[in-house]
Design a binder for this molecule. Structure first.
Ligand SMILES: [Zn+2]
Length: 104
């Protein structure tokens, strides 16, 4: 049984697949492939949620504030040597291994 790729299912649930490609996918789902059914169902929920979110109108003042905060607080790339002597690049937020209270 040939399964379809995630990108194909994504286009399928978004209605972007032409009928000639859509029919084999519908037949595949109808054949009972649980793996692809699960993928298609999950993507349908995702597309529905994304479409619902796109209906939200963010007020202009909120966009202006978010842009201003982002410009002032762009995350820095810094090097922190963790206690385990691992080198980790993190944002300006402290490394949890460094900031956690020491139990030793
Ligand atoms: Zn399949």
């Amino acid at each position: 049984m040939k399964h379809f790729e995630l990108a194909e299912w994504t286009d399928f649930v978004r209605g972007l697949v032409e009928k000639s490609a859509r029919l084999p996918m519908e037949h595949h789902l109808a054949s009972g492939c649980r793996k692809c059914r699960h993928t298609a169902d999950l993507l349908r929920k995702l597309v529905t949620a994304a479409r619902n979110d796109s209906q939200v109108q963010v007020p202009d003042y909120a966009l202006r504030c978010a842009r201003a905060v982002f410009l002032l607080q762009q995350p820095e790339k810094i090097q922190i040597l963790c206690q385990r002597a691992c080198s980790t690049t993190v944002s300006a937020n402290p490394c949890p291994q460094v900031s956690a209270p020491s139990s030793a």
